[in-house]
Design a binder for this molecule. Structure first.
Ligand code: PMP
Length: 412
């Protein structure tokens, strides 16, 4: 594979990550569990460490210089996210703990205000629990109905099926951008357009797309979009909710406390403007600084270049995985992202992961926090998932280890 032609040199990129350098405390592994979390480059670790060592202060509070500096860093991170997503303004960016909290925020604040008894919410059959349980709970609480947009047998979403589900009672379509199990890349701009035509809002779960392809909220025209820092080479404990300004204006606060209020007296309260209205308490400041460094790292490689490289690596993986007898891959082929959920003969996926671990290949097994999808697929799967630091040698090692696994379990 001609990696240089695509301007991505995975070997060179791995040099930017301590995780991939020899260390006496660490076993060197081929890391193929990137859908769970990505490794962190020095640039992120150093930015976070520098913040805690020399720049630490609370934000939007202290009258002193250190507080002003920390506030500027925190707001610079917000500006960076706004540019990264092509949001209209930084005020459309709310920092959260991750994708899960961002979606819970929308379900509680927007959902409990605008979804009423008899209304409908559409979720797809391929959602992660983070984009499923908040809507299930909201529907139960409000007396609304959850409608399930089923997947096709090859793991895609059929837009005509969406059109058939939409009614004048539909308030929201909640859809994942890239499935964390099937690797399906959903046409979210098209989905938002269809939802809007029916008068519904659209929320996009970008947890698995944000680090792997360009994500432009104006081009998608989503009402809400969520992602986590830790799946994009950044720290845990920080994520983003993007929402259109007009929606944030009409939504009540999610949590209340310090930093999100203008006036408090015994008689009345006046909330701060968005995004502060949704950021009660001391926010994840060092984590925001780390996220800023992570998005700069992604942009230093270029998202088009990352997408092209991972696309080619995915095609290589699809070809090589086909060589393994008894391997059954879920999700669409060939048009998909670098997330491969599969079964191998009758071997339990946990056993596959365990044998692979003995060959220093790290993958995940189970239901991947998508139980209804797991039910549709017939149970647990093993899952390998790619990032920009992986290369064809890693796929070769995976395939080799899968051949070994077959032998260990007595398959000729
Ligand atoms: N959505 C998808 C598609 C995911 O893959 C994940 C993480 N596995 C989440 C949501 C939840 O992300 P987090 O745990 O960082 O909140």
């Amino acid at each position: 594979m001609a990696t240089t032609r695509l301007a991505i040199d995975a070997h060179e990129i791995r040099r930017q990550f301590p995780f991939f350098q020899p260390h006496p405390e660490m076993r060197s592994v081929i890391y193929l569990d990137n859908a769970a979390t990505t490794q962190k480059p020095y640039a992120v670790i150093e930015a976070v460490s520098h913040f805690w060592a020399y720049q630490n202060a609370n934000v939007h509070r202290g009258g002193h210089g250190a507080g002003a500096k920390a506030s500027a860093l925190y707001e610079a991170a917000r500006e960076c996210v706004a540019k990264f997503l092509n949001a209209r303004e930084p005020a459309e960016i709310v920092f959260t703990r991750g994708t899960t909290e961002a979606i819970n925020l929308v379900a509680s604040s927007w959902g409990e205000t605008f979804v009423r008894a008899g209304d409908e919410i559409i979720v797809t059959e391929m959602e992660h629990h983070a984009n499923l349980l908040p809507w299930m709970r909201l529907a139960e609480k409000q007396g609304a109905t959850l409608r399930v947009w089923r997947i096709t047998d090859d793991g895609r979403l059929d837009l005509d099926a969406l059109r058939a589900l939409l009614t004048e009672r539909t308030r929201l379509v909640a859809v994942v951008h890239i499935s964390n199990v099937l690797g399906t890349v959903n046409p979210v701009a098209e989905i938002c357009r269809i939802a809007h035509e029916a008068g519904a809002r659209c929320l996009v779960d970008a947890a698995q797309s944000i680090a792997h392809m360009p994500v432009d909220v104006q081009a998608i025209d989503c009402d809400f979009l969520a992602f986590s820092g830790h799946k994009a080479y950044g720290p845990t404990g920080i994520g983003v909710l993007y929402a259109k300004r007009a929606l944030l204006e009409e939504m009540p606060p999610y949590q209340v406390g310090g930093g999100m209020v203008r006036i408090v007296s015994w008689e009345r309260r006046q909330w701060a403007e968005p995004p502060a209205k949704f950021e009660a308490g001391t926010p994840p400041i060092g984590e925001a600084v780390g996220l800023h460094a992570a998005l700069d790292f992604i942009d230093s490689l270029g998202r088009e270049a990352i997408a092209a490289y991972e696309h080619e690596l995915t095609e290589y993986a699809l070809r090589r995985l086909q060589e393994v007898p008894g391997l059954r891959l879920h999700g669409p082929v060939p048009d998909r992202a670098g997330i491969f959920a599969f079964t191998l003969e009758d071997i339990h996926p946990h056993d596959i992961a365990t044998v692979l671990d003995t060959r220093d290949v790290a993958i995940r097994s189970g239901l991947h926090c998508a139980h209804p999808l797991g039910e549709r697929l017939g149970g647990a799967t093993a899952r390998a998932s790619l990032a920009v630091y992986n290369d064809t040698s890693h796929i070769d090692a995976l395939v080799e280890a899968l051949h070994t696994t077959r032998k260990v379990f007595g398959y000729a």
